[in-house]
Design a protein around this ligand. Structure first.
Ligand code: CA
Ligand code: CA
Ligand code: CA
Length: 231
């Protein structure tokens, strides 16, 4: 059984057209149906006039036919909506693999298509109101981690900035790594007094460019606890 599989793999490997190597294309997600990816026949060095008679076709492991070939022109085009977030959630690189097949004589070619991210999602918070317990004896400079917004796009298409409403007591410390925001924390800037104000409402906003600036907000209710420093 394994022996037969090995023979078959060997035959397939022999059929790869090593002279033309692997073809790599890039296409943005969410482009219109019919968008041209490239002239695959030309790039594989095939005679466009022979595509129909030699039954040129592309196949993929996916049940969805994202790409199709025009057998008259040799053009590979987008056949249905490509949603990078659905195809490769959380992956840094999103690649689709195709095989191009031509008969008489039989030749197989490997085609790689990189799906590029576009900024088509706004950031969102999983909740719209969050209660945060803070001791009234917290010291200025103390930090409080807050729930960050989610944005399924990648890198610079993800959350671009956080903002905090003008207020007397808190500032915002945002930590980034490259283009990606890693964390956001509230920083106490002025001592608290529970007897003066027991609850401080704060509004944190997360934004991205889509291409205009789009944002969503969450309200943090900082409830001051009466834990005494003498306890
Ligand atoms: Ca998308
Ligand atoms: Ca996207
Ligand atoms: Ca986004």
């Amino acid at each position: 059984m394994y022996y037969r599989m090995e023979i078959w793999l060997l035959i397939l490997l022999c059929l790869w057209d090593s002279s033309s190597g692997q073809i790599v294309y890039s296409v943005s997600e969410e482009v219109n149906k019919g968008t041209v990816v490239g002239n695959i026949a030309k790039d594989l060095g095939l005679n466009i006039n022979e595509l129909e008679s030699r039954t040129f076709q592309i196949v993929s492991g996916s049940s969805r036919k994202y790409f199709e070939v025009n057998l008259k022109s040799g053009v590979l085009f987008v056949n249905e909506r490509i949603d990078r977030e659905e195809l490769c959630p959380s992956a840094q690189k999103c690649t689709l693999f195709l095989e191009a097949i031509i008969h008489n004589p039989l030749n197989l070619y490997r085609v790689e298509i990189n799906v590029l991210d576009v900024n088509d999602n706004a950031p969102f918070f999983s909740r719209n109101k969050i209660e945060l317990n803070v001791s009234e004896f917290a010291n200025p400079g103390d930090k409080f981690s807050i729930l960050t917004a989610e944005d399924p796009d990648m890198g610079s298409n993800s959350v671009k900035a956080y903002k905090l409403n003008q207020n007397e007591h808190f500032g915002l410390d945002v930590q980034s790594e490259g283009e990606q925001i890693q964390s956001a924390q509230l920083v106490l800037q002025k001592a608290l007094d529970r007897e003066k104000q027991a609850v401080i409402p704060l509004v944190v906003t997360a934004g991205t460019f889509l291409p205009k600036y789009i944002c969503s907000s969450v309200v943090f209710l900082c409830e001051l606890s009466a834990m005494s420093r003498f306890n």
